[in-house]
Design a binder for this molecule. Structure first.
Ligand code: B12
Length: 512
C-alpha cells in the first residue's frame, strides 16, 4: 500500500474514536479441542490488550472457540461492528487460522488495519509477513506496542516501527532481524479487562481433595496472572527465553483487588511459577485475607519451591488454594537432569506427599520422549500406578519455537510445517516405536492414570451428569491422540524420513 494512500486512510479517522476487535482463533487440532472439553479459559492476553486501550475507544472481544460456526461468526461480527482495527492472537498451532482470519478481515473490510501478536508472532514473526492480510506484527509483550498503534491510528498517523511493532512488507526484514524486545516489569502492565468476556463460558474440571456429595465437577473460572517468568532453565521451556531468566511479580495489593472484583468463585493462576518469590506470595495471601476475598485457587509450582517454602503453601491453603500444577516431567533422575529440571524424583514425591497432607490436590504433568520404547512406557505406567493420587496430564517433550533447542532440532523434524502440530502432543522428531504404536501407548497413559484422580478416590457420590461428561470427554480426547498419524499428515508428515537408513536423523539427545 502506498504511503499516500495509507496517510489518507488514517487521516480520515482523525478525531473519531476507534472500534477495536480482539480475536481468539478457533482451534484447528482435534487434540486441542479435546483438551478444551476439560478446560476452557478466557483469552487473558486479549483482556490485557483491551486494558491498554484508552477509554474513548470501543473494544470488543471475540472468542471464536465458543462458536459452532466460527468463520460465519467472525464475518457477522466484522459486518456488525465495522472495526477500524482487528487484533488477532495465536499460539503456534493456531497460526494458519490466524492468517485466514486476517485475510477474511481484509476481504470484508478492505480499509481495516490488522495486527497479529502472541506466542507464534513472537517466536516466528515471518509466518505473518503477508502484507495483503496483515499490516503489523507485534512481538513480545503487546500492551505497549498495541497502545501505541491505537493512539497513532486515532491521530491519523503511522506508528514508529520497532523490533516489537513490525510493519509487514518491504520494511519487515529490517525490524524482524532484531531479537524480540524483553518483557517490561509486570508492574508496568495495565489491569486486564475481564469484562470483555462472558465468564460463564469459561469452565474447568475443578480438582480438589474432599469434595462434598454431588459437587459439580466443572466450575466457572477466571484467569489471573500474578507474576510472570521463572529463574530456572529447563531445556524444553520457552519461558527463560521469553523473560530473560527473570521472575516479575505484580503489586500484591493490585492482584488482590483484581481478584476481589471477579464475578466467579474460582481463579486459575496463569503464572509460570506462582510461589517462587516467597515475600510476594506471602504478601498476596495476606492481602487476600485482609480484604476478605473468599475464592478458590489453582496455581503452578515447582516441587523444589514447595519443599523450600512450605509456609507459603500453608498460607495459600488458608486463603483457598485447592490444587497445584507441578511439572514432575519424568520418573528418573537421569531424565530430569538431562532437561536441567533442577529437581529429583525424590523432591517430586516429597512435595506431592506434603501437598496431600495439606489438603491441596496435585496436578502432575509428565512427558514422554519420542525415543520412548515399550519399556519406557511400562516404567512410566508403573510409576503412575504407585504414586499418591493426582490429576495428571501428559505431553510429548518437544523443543519450543523461538528457542535454541528448536533451531538445533529443526533439521531432524519429520513434518514440513511443525508449527501446525505444535501442541506438545505430536512428536516433531521420529519416534523409536512405529508412530501408531507410540500414539496408542501415549493415549493409554491417560487410561492408566485416570483411576488415580483425586475426585475418583473419594467415597462421596459426585454429580452424575458431570461424571458421564468427563468420561465422554476422556474418550474423545484419547481417540484424538490415537489419530496422531493423520494429524501429522496434515502438517506434511514425511514418515519415510525416519525409515531411510541414510536419511535417518539422529534422535535428539535429551537436553542437547
Ligand atoms: C496459562 C497457560 C495455559 C493455560 C490456558 C491458556 C489459555 N488462555 O487458554 C492452559 C493450561 C490451558 C494451556 C494450555 C496449552 N498451552 Co499454554 N501456556 C500458558 C502460560 C503458562 C501462560 C499463558 C498466559 O495466560 N499468558 C497471559 C497473557 C497475558 O500473556 P501472553 O499470552 O504472553 O500475551 C501477551 C503477549 O504475547 C502479547 N500478545 C498476545 N496476543 C496478542 C495479540 C495481539 C494482537 C497483540 C498486539 C499482542 C498479543 O501481549 C499479551 C499481553 O501482554 C504460557 C507460558 C507463558 N509464560 O506465556 C503457556 C503457553 C502459552 N502454552 C503453550 C502451549 C504449547 C500450550 C498447549 C498446546 C500445551 C498442552 N499440550 O497442554 C495447550 C494449548 C491450549 C489451547 N487451548 O490452545 C505454549 C505456546 C507456545 C507457542 N509457540 O505456541 C506456551 C508459551 C508454553 C510453552 N510450553 O511453550 N496453557
Amino acid at each position: 500500500m502506498s504511503y499516500i494512500f495509507l496517510r489518507k486512510k488514517l487521516m480520515a479517522r482523525n478525531g473519531t474514536p476507534l472500534r477495536v476487535l480482539l480475536v481468539k482463533p478457533p482451534a484447528a487440532l482435534a487434540t486441542i479441542r479435546g483438551l478444551e472439553r476439560f478446560q476452557r479459559l478466557e483469552p487473558l492476553e486479549l483482556s490485557y490488550l483491551a486494558g491498554a486501550v484508552p477509554a474513548q475507544h470501543s473494544v470488543r472481544g471475540l472468542d471464536l472457540r465458543l462458536y459452532r460456526k466460527p468463520w460465519k461468526a467472525f464475518q457477522r461480527e466484522l459486518k456488525a461492528f465495522q472495526p477500524h482495527l482487528v487484533g488477532i492472537t495465536a499460539f503456534s498451532h493456531e497460526y494458519r487460522h490466524a492468517l485466514q482470519l486476517a485475510i477474511c478481515s481484509k476481504a470484508v473490510l478492505p480499509g481495516v488495519t490488522v495486527v497479529v501478536g502472541g506466542h507464534h508472532a513472537t517466536a516466528s514473526p515471518e509466518s505473518f509477513n503477508a502484507p495483503e492480510a496483515v499490516d503489523w506484527v507485534v512481538r513480545g509483550e503487546g500492551c505497549g506496542p498495541f497502545g501505541q498503534l491505537v493512539e497513532a491510528l486515532a491521530e491519523g498517523e503511522r506508528p514508529d516501527p520497532s523490533p516489537g511493532l513490525i510493519p509487514t512488507g518491504e520494511e519487515f526484514a529490517r525490524w524482524a532481524q532484531h531479537p524480540a524486545p524483553p518483557f517490561p516489569s509486570a508492574r508496568q502492565l495495565p489491569r486486564p479487562r475481564h469484562d470483555l468476556w462472558d465468564l460463564s463460558h469459561y469452565r474447568i474440571v475443578w480438582t480438589h481433595e474432599n469434595p462434598r456429595a454431588f459437587a459439580p465437577l466443572w466450575r466457572r473460572v477466571a484467569m489471573v496472572r500474578s507474576s510472570f517468568g521463572c529463574r530456572m532453565h529447563c531445556t524444553f521451556c520457552p519461558v527463560p527465553t521469553l523473560f530473560s531468566g527473570k521472575h516479575w511479580p505484580r503489586d500484591p495489593e493490585d492482584v488482590a483487588e483484581e481478584i476481589a472484583t471477579l464475578p466467579v468463585d474460582c481463579v486459575y493462576f496463569s503464572d509460570d511459577e506462582n510461589f517462587l518469590d516467597r515475600q510476594f506470595s506471602l504478601a498476596l495471601a495476606q492481602a487476600l485475607a485482609k480484604k476478605g476475598v473468599r475464592k478458590r485457587y489453582f496455581a503452578w509450582v515447582r516441587s523444589t519451591t514447595v519443599l523450600k517454602n512450605p509456609e507459603v503453601l500453608e498460607a495459600f491453603r488458608e486463603v483457598g488454594l485447592d490444587c497445584v500444577f507441578v511439572g514432575f516431567e519424568f520418573t528418573s533422575d537421569a531424565e530430569l537432569r538431562a532437561v536441567k529440571k533442577g529437581a529429583t524424583v525424590s523432591h517430586n514425591l516429597r512435595a506431592h506427599e506434603f501437598l496431600r497432607r495439606l489438603g491441596v490436590a496435585v496436578h502432575g504433568a509428565f512427558m514422554a520422549l519420542p525415543s520412548f520404547s515399550h519399556e519406557d512406557f511400562d516404567r512410566l505406567e508403573a510409576y503412575l500406578k504407585e504414586m499418591p493420587p493426582a490429576e495428571t496430564s501428559f505431553t510429548v517433550c518437544c523443543p519450543s519455537p523461538g528457542t535454541c533447542d528448536w533451531d538445533r532440532q529443526r533439521p531432524f523434524f519429520w513434518v514440513q510445517d511443525p508449527f501446525v502440530v505444535y501442541d506438545c502432543m505430536h512428536p516433531l522428531t521420529p519416534t523409536t516405536l512405529p508412530l501408531s504404536e507410540f500414539a496408542r501407548r501415549f493415549a493409554r497413559l491417560h487410561d492408566v492414570a485416570s483411576p488415580r484422580h483425586p475426585l475418583r478416590q473419594v467415597r462421596v457420590p459426585l454429580h452424575p451428569g458431570h461424571v458421564l461428561r468427563v468420561e465422554w470427554a476422556h474418550r474423545r480426547y484419547t481417540a484424538s491422540l490415537r489419530h496422531m498419524p493423520s494429524n501429522l499428515a496434515k502438517a506434511g508428515w514425511l514418515p519415510a524420513a525416519a525409515a531411510q537408513p541414510s536419511g535417518r536423523p539422529n534422535l535428539p539427545v535429551l537436553g542437547s
